[in-house]
Ligand binder design. Sequence first.
Ligand SMILES: NC(=O)c1ccc[n+]([C@@H]2O[C@H](COP(=O)([O-])OP(=O)(O)OC[C@H]3O[C@@H](n4cnc5c(N)ncnc54)[C@H](OP(=O)(O)O)[C@@H]3O)[C@@H](O)[C@H]2O)c1
Length: 277
Amino acid sequence: MSKGISIGIIGGTGSMGQWFRKFFSDAGYMVLVSGRKTEITYTDIINECDVVILSVPLDAAIAISGQIGPLLRKDQLLMDLCSLKEAALKNMLDNTEADVIGTHPLFGPFTDSIKGQNVILCPGRGERRLKWLENEYISKGAFVTVMDPSVHDRHMAVVQGLTHFLTICMGRTLQKMNMDAGSALSCSTPVFRINYDLIGRLFAQDLDLYKSIINNNKHFNDVYEVFLSSVYEGKSALLSGHDDGRSLYLENIREFFKDSCKEALKESNKIINALYL
Ligand SMILES: NC(=O)c1ccc[n+]([C@@H]2O[C@H](COP(=O)([O-])OP(=O)(O)OC[C@H]3O[C@@H](n4cnc5c(N)ncnc54)[C@H](OP(=O)(O)O)[C@@H]3O)[C@@H](O)[C@H]2O)c1
């Protein structure tokens, strides 16, 4: 596809939409942005753009693809940025004859560059557009993985669902213990400080996004059950029994992660050092 093609972002008024507006503009494409109250309407986007990107919450992406999907031509591309892919992709495919790609950029709007970031692409319809998009991202240094949408959602139940769930529960525990910023930070270690920052980071952002990532992922309940069994197992291994048993429990987990622990130590040292620069 030539740089002459135009890209329209529905919900381009929001944070990811603005990020991708700049990304595609910098790459030489003509980009139009539309929201519910902008002068440029969804209809303008459909009429004037070869590629239509839905950069709105999942429920809205489903509703909007129902409205605009039937109006798209076969030679257009409809894609979304939603954090869950099964429902979004199925809905887009069901509602249009245009090419379709489900995408999930695994980074947020505060990221400076796509270089080194992961992007998941879930093919829907249209091999040529998939190659085009893959090349756009790879040529700017992103790591692109092409993946089945249900595999993606299962992974996200851990990568996003469990991660955010743990952060929320840690925040709730600190709240119950009345450990506010003053008392927490005056006696924090670097690792606790990072955890504290991650709690603040979550609660400083759009809570609807986090609710949706946990609540809308049908695979999260399975992950939650495994996590809960690990909590009980950890309690009985570490808080009771013999010291040998405690060591065995920890050694067994270390064995699973093997050499990646050394890399993780190096990388987390960089994070800790950067914190105090
Ligand atoms: N933020 C992240 O870290 C991140 C990372 C990866 C993927 N994503 C995904 O990217 C998409 C956009 O997220 P975002 O963080 O950019 O959200 P955002 O800043 O809230 O922007 C979303 C835009 O969607 C529009 N919108 C909101 N509710 C709508 C509704 N009910 N109907 C129609 N339009 C509506 C709004 O535009 P108007 O008010 O102008 O219509 C808003 O500007 C989501 O699907 C999210 O899951 C986000």
